[in-house]
Design a protein around this ligand. Sequence first.
Ligand code: ADP
Length: 162
Amino acid sequence: MKIALCPGSFDPVTYGHLDIIQRAARIFHKVHVAVVQNPNKKSLFSLEERLSMLKEATRGWANVEHGVFSGLVVDYARAQGATAIVRGLRAVSDFEYEFQMASMNRYLNPDVETVFIMTSSEHAYLSSSLVKEIAMFGGDISRWVPPHVEKRLMEKLRRPEQ
Ligand code: ADP
C-alpha cells in the first residue's frame, strides 16, 4: 500500500490545496493530509480550526485521512507509514524553498521521497495569505475557497480574538 503525506499550514485550506490533495489521491492508495503546528509561523486560525475546515472540505473523499503534527515531517511520515511527501509547486518562487526542504528531508530519511505536483493554471497565483488579504479588504474570495471556509474567514475577521 502506497501512502503519501501532504503536509501544510492550511491557514486556511484553499481550492489550490484541494486540487493537489485530489490529484495525489489518484496516484496513491492513501493520502494523509496533516496540518503542521509550527511555532515559528504565525497563523490566523488555530490548529483545530484549520483541521476542521480541512476535514469538511475533504468529507467523503474515500482514501484521504487527516492529522496534525509538530516536529520533523520525515518522522511523522514514517509514523504514518508514508513513503512519499507530496507538495504542490506554483511559481518559480516556490522552488527554492521546496528544493531546500526536499534535500534536507532526503538527507534526514532517504526512504521518504518528495513528490511535486504542479499547480493547475487557475490556481497558480492562489495562496492562503492572498486569500486572507483579499478577505480583509472586503474582496470576493468565493472562487478560491469552499463556502464553509469563506464563512469561517469572515467570522474570524469580524471577531479576530476567536
Ligand atoms: P506550508 O506552510 O507548508 O507551505 P501551505 O498551506 O502554504 O503550507 O501549503 C501546503 C502545500 O500546498 C505546499 O506544498 C504548497 O506549495 C501547496 N499549495 C498551496 N497553494 C497551492 C496552489 N494554489 N496550487 C498548488 N499547490 C499549492
